[in-house]
Design a protein around this ligand. Structure first.
Ligand code: FE2
Ligand code: FE2
Length: 448
């Protein structure tokens, strides 16, 4: 962007009133923007303080109110200072007057405008070099017929149709049930629900890099779906917060933390598999890589980091690891004939999760179809956290009487489905290890 173009933008933005105020009009004849025509009389040194003479009116006030901050004034000055320091002095003189209420700002420090100009000049120059000024108005619009008939956009529409509210749920029966179950049952159930309470907050927080990446990749349909996704994760966190508040009577971190099952580093007695914290280690790490790529990486770097993050978030955590946990809670409430609202909440959440998972796996498939080398990123993620899905879920032991084998088979089914949705080849060794009855260590503190 050239300096001339900057001046034009400033003048376009602030209009002819600004042009005259900033003394540009003396040097450049600028076409007066339509909305400013006939709405003021030119300011002169004689009439500048008189109503209607150089004083902005109506909508002009809004425009000029933006000038009343140090940064905006500094921006304007810096733009002129870059091209002609003489102009900066003139502008500084004008701004020191009280024509537009800037007197207080500048009389306190007469050198402020020049100081700002010098300070802002390098960053403005860098800004000019970095961001091309597009004259293409079409680039401001993102919708296309192809997009709004596409599968991601349809997921957005479905999410909007299926919206549910926590405030519509009644926790009364669950609170009564909590009082009648045994302390062991309370401990077992709370171990699961508290992990969900922490997990839903974590996945809400960790979703932002995907939004940044979708923006960088100019995928507005992904951004729209992710808006529902983020809201739903926040709502899931709200559900668990309200359930624990109404049923167990705990909300504050100091009240819920003692019930969190802290997992050891690894609990595989053979030492073959390492168990790591996927939620609080993998997601933030892959998220940081994706966020950095979105901010300054190439398109390929963003796409690869997106596949990696999505494989961890949607494929691994949502799509395989937590699936048995939902079932375990639903099975437990059925077995105990208790907690109807917990069951209802889990079913509602599970329906949302189905959309989240298939958004991620569909996005991965699209990117992998574009560049098959991204498939490797999926396998890298599943390999790095292999121990977490090969081992048994700790909840399977926390709630006595559940069919342990059912949840391992379920993991394999989900893993195969995720691979199919992403268009990648399943790792047969991983499947064998999940189903191997001799590999029966438990992921978590209830190990053994
Ligand atoms: Fe969730
Ligand atoms: Fe989710």
């Amino acid at each position: 962007m050239t300096l001339v173009r900057i001046v034009e933008i400033v003048v376009d933005t602030f209009g002819d009133v600004a042009a005259e105020t900033l003394e540009v009009g003396r040097h450049r004849r600028i076409e007066q923007p339509h909305e400013f025509r006939g709405r003021h009389k030119p300011a002169t040194s004689d009439n500048a303080r008189e109503p209607g003479h150089g004083t902005p009116i109506d909508g002009d006030l809004e425009v000029f109110s933006g000038l009343s901050t140090t940064k905006n004034v500094g921006d304007v000055i810096a733009k002129f200072a870059l091209g002609d320091r003489g102009h900066a002095t003139t502008v500084a003189d004008l701004l020191r007057s009280d024509t537009y209420g800037n007197r207080a700002l500048f009389t306190q420090n007469p050198l402020l405008p020049a100081t700002i100009a010098v300070a802002l000049a390098p960053s403005l120059r860098a800004f000019d070099e970095r961001i091309p000024m597009s004259s293409d108005v079409e680039s401001k619009f993102h919708f296309s017929r192809e997009m709004v008939s596409g599968e991601i956009y349809r997921k957005y529409e479905k999410a909007m149709r299926k919206y549910w509210k926590v405030e519509d749920l009644d926790f009364t029966q669950d609170a009564l049930d909590w009082q009648r179950i045994t302390p062991e049952q309370q401990k077992g159930l709370l171990g699961i629900t508290i992990r969900f309470l922490a997990g839903e907050q974590a996945v809400t927080d960790e979703l932002v890099p995907m939004l940044a990446a979708s923006h960088a990749l100019r995928r507005f349909d992904w951004t729209m779906f992710l808006a529902t996704f983020l809201l739903e994760e926040a709502k899931h966190a709200e559900f668990f917060m309200r359930w624990h508040e109404a049923v167990v009577g705990v909300v504050d971190p100091s009240e819920v933390a003692p019930h969190f099952l802290t997992r050891g580093k690894t609990v595989d007695p053979t030492g073959r598999f390492e168990v790591r914290d996927v939620m609080h280690e993998a997601l933030p790490n892959y998220g940081r890589i994706l966020h950095e790529a979105a901010l300054g990486g190439t398109e390929k770097e963003i796409e690869r980091a997106f596949v990696q993050f999505s494989a961890a978030y949607n494929g691994f955590v949502e799509g395989v690891l937590t699936m048995p946990s939902y079932e375990i809670v639903i099975d437990t409430t059925t077995q105990w004939d208790a907690f109807p609202t917990l069951k209802q909440g889990f079913k509602l959440i599970l329906a949302d999760e189905g959309r989240h998972i298939t958004f991620g796996t569909t996005a991965c498939r699209m990117l992998i179809e574009k560049d098959p080398s991204y498939e490797e990123a999926v396998h890298e993620v599943f390999d790095a956290y292999r121990g977490n899905i090969v081992g048994l879920v700790e909840y399977q032991k926390a709630v006595p009487g559940l069919d342990v084998g059912k949840y391992q088979t379920m993991k394999v089914r989900h893993y195969r489905n995720r691979c199919r949705e992403m268009g990648v080849k399943p790792d047969d060794t991983l499947i064998e290890q999940i189903l191997d009855p001799s590999i029966d260590f438990v992921v978590g503190v209830e190990a053994g």
